[in-house]
Design a protein around this ligand. Structure first.
Ligand SMILES: Cc1cc2nc3c(=O)[nH]c(=O)nc-3n(C[C@H](O)[C@H](O)[C@H](O)COP(=O)(O)O)c2cc1C
Length: 225
């Protein structure tokens, strides 16, 4: 990898937002919100705050209406209480100089208030990362003033992400599973520290459990500390 990884260079997007680096946190439903109120908790504040060295955080999918839900313990953002619960999350990310975007979620025909949630499918990564050329062309066609940021995702290693940025195939690469087990993923790239292995399936979703959520240690000194 280059002495200064491309992944650590800022990206100034059309529209005025500058991302401090090209390392994104992919949206990851972790199913740990309050199952009754749909509110995120203190553990979410710590989790997202820990990952604020990412240049671009996508939140987990947040339900936009009761009828749009279909996943047990996924958060919502449609009641005043839920909105208030998200504010400390945003504040923790901003405090650490990060940016967070909320992924709004309506599960369409898979969602119904009587469902307790099996409507979401995870697809195994493919050997070849998804090509972004077509996406870039399509977005450019529909946005003559330029795109905001083109984020690549799925199955990227740090080296593959570095190559994708260097070759102009993406502006930002988001990491999903690696960000579960590497809260300091951006600092590990900075310090050339190997990533911890992807988390076991049992850690992906957890209701009230911080196990597998707040238990992966840092291996580096926190950026902006
Ligand atoms: C536990 C888990 C939860 C996920 N939740 C979401 C989600 O809420 N919204 C979404 O668009 N993608 C979701 N994904 C897909 C990830 O954003 C990402 O595309 C996928 O993990 C592939 O990237 P990776 O190979 O870096 O893990 C989820 C994936 C995992 C493993």
């Amino acid at each position: 990898m280059a002495a200064t990884p491309q992944l650590l260079t800022p990206f100034a997007a059309a529209g005025g937002i500058t991302y401090k680096n090209r390392i994104g946190l992919a949206p990851l439903t972790r199913a740990r919100a309050d199952a009754v109120t749909g509110c995120v908790k203190d553990m979410h504040v710590e989790y997202y705050g820990e990952r604020a060295s990412s240049g671009l955080i996508f939140s987990e999918g947040a339900g936009i209406s009761r009828r749009g839900l279909g996943w047990y313990s996924a958060p919502g953002i449609y009641t005043a209480e839920q909105v208030e619960a998200w504010k400390p999350v945003t504040a923790a990310v901003h405090k650490n100089n990060g940016l967070i975007f909320c992924q709004l979620w309506h599960m369409g025909r898979a969602g119904h208030e009587v469902l307790d949630g099996v409507g979401f499918g995870f697809h195994e990564k493919t050997a070849v990362p998804y090509s972004l050329e077509k996406a870039r062309a399509a977005i450019a066609a529909g946005n003559p003033d330029g795109t905001t940021a083109l984020a690549g995702n799925a199955g990227y290693t740090v080296d593959a992400a570095e190559t994708a940025i260097a070759e102009g195939r993406a502006d930002i690469i988001t990491f999903g599973r690696p960000y579960i087990s590497n809260p300091d993923l951006a600092e590990r790239v900075r310090d050339n520290v190997p990533l911890a292995a992807d988390p076991p399936y049992a850690h992906w979703w957890g209701s009230d459990s911080v196990e597998g959520y707040l238990t992966y240690p840092r291996a580096t000194v926190k950026a902006n500390a």
